[in-house]
Design a protein around this ligand. Sequence first.
Ligand code: IMP
Length: 198
Amino acid sequence: MSTLIIATNNQDKLKEIKHILEGTDIKILSASDYEDFPDVEETGVTLEENALLKARAVWGKYHLPCVADDTGLEVDCLDGEPGVYSSRYAGEDATYEDNCRKLLSVVAIEPADDRAARFRTVVAFIDSEGKSHTAEGKIEGEIIDEKRGDNGFGYDPVFLVPELGKTLAELPSEQKNKISHRHNALANILPVIKSRLA
Ligand code: IMP
């Protein structure tokens, strides 16, 4: 059986990744299986750079195949902001609440018909030979005027999925996880992981 390290401490992400890898003969480890897991500063200026930074740090330490991801919310009327800075939009120690509040206030002064946005995830996978692979996934939507829903995390309450008429925070996690940017990125890298870990 092959081993794959998922470079995250986030149990929701881990669950999502385990779900998509179900049925494969891959043993999954994550940050919580190690005491000295590398804590990588996200100094890249693109999602791809940050995902690779995280994956390479893990590979450098354990020399085992690993997966890392980085996600950003891109709002068209803000020229793609907050993008790679999504987790720090309202400041270094900003909470999800702080970031949503800032986003709503900034978007409020833009024309009401210009609210298109997307979550974009880049997943980096390093195989057993140390070779890097990346894939991307996204979900299109709109930023609404006020928060709706209690599920999910981050910007979910302000991100409307127009086809469903609901924000990501109004969807049960199983439904979100089937359509999410992260799910789509993982689905896109899955064939590479399977072929490299077979
Ligand atoms: P990360 O790269 O997954 O840590 O994501 C960076 C930031 O993007 C997080 O701090 C969240 O604010 C936001 N984010 C990432 N994924 C999601 C999501 O699925 N829903 C809402 N916000 C997200």
